[in-house]
Ligand binder design. Structure first.
Ligand SMILES: Cc1cc2nc3c(=O)[nH]c(=O)nc-3n(C[C@H](O)[C@H](O)[C@H](O)COP(=O)(O)O)c2cc1C
Length: 171
């Protein structure tokens, strides 16, 4: 095998390789000028226990980018398989900003007021702690202000693997 550390990476290959890293699915939400906005996100991970930090990578091109940087507060809801349709809905580019939560059962987060999806496996509310450049994304690190684990009727996790939504049954 020849090596070429300067060789370029083709975006399809990048997506295919990273798609083999199975992830959970979340809905990230924030409030911009009092308007609730949300998007589907899987570039989410824990960072630190003390202080409690998580991060999410937000594409420069999505409306969430400016909304979350402006607001400084945001929430993450970890989805169950029963939220599959919602995951698709909140990933659709250019959906109506004002009607995007129509018919979606939510609760206002106790610390931030950001919408939390009813029946989520777990949820977190965050205050932006730091932001870092990450190529065409901004890495938004959040200090966790509150969190909880739900008792959903369907505890089957919604997973994204190899470009598709999948279900992962709990034990
Ligand atoms: C499975 C999945 C995971 C996604 N994860 C992220 C993510 O972590 N960060 C991100 O910026 N966009 C992510 N997206 C894309 C956004 O959900 C999508 O571009 C956004 O909702 C577009 O919203 P807008 O029209 O308001 O800009 C993901 C999409 C899908 C289908």
């Amino acid at each position: 095998m020849t090596t070429d550390p300067e060789g370029s990476i083709e975006s399809g290959e990048f997506r295919a390789a990273l798609g083999r890293f199975a992830s959970g699915i979340t809905i990230m939400s924030t409030l911009q000028g009092g308007v609730a906005h949300a998007m589907t996100a899987n570039a989410f991970t824990s960072v630190s226990l003390d202080p409690p930090l998580v991060l999410v990578c937000v594409d420069h091109g999505v409306r969430m980018h400016d909304a979350v940087l402006d607001c400084g507060y945001w929430a993450m809801s970890v989805l169950t398989d029963s939220h599959r349709e919602l995951a698709g809905r909140f990933a659709k580019s250019g959906r109506d900003l004002y009607g995007q939560f129509d018919g979606v059962a939510t609760q206002a987060g106790p610390k931030t007021g950001c919408p939390l999806i009813e029946g989520a496996l777990s949820w977190l509310e965050c205050r932006t702690w730091a932001t870092y450049p990450g190529g065409d994304h901004t890495i938004v690190v959040g200090e966790v202000l509150s969190l909880g684990s739900g008792q959903p009727d369907d505890p089957t996790a919604l997973i994204y693997y190899d470009g598709q939504y999948r279900a992962l049954k709990g034990s």
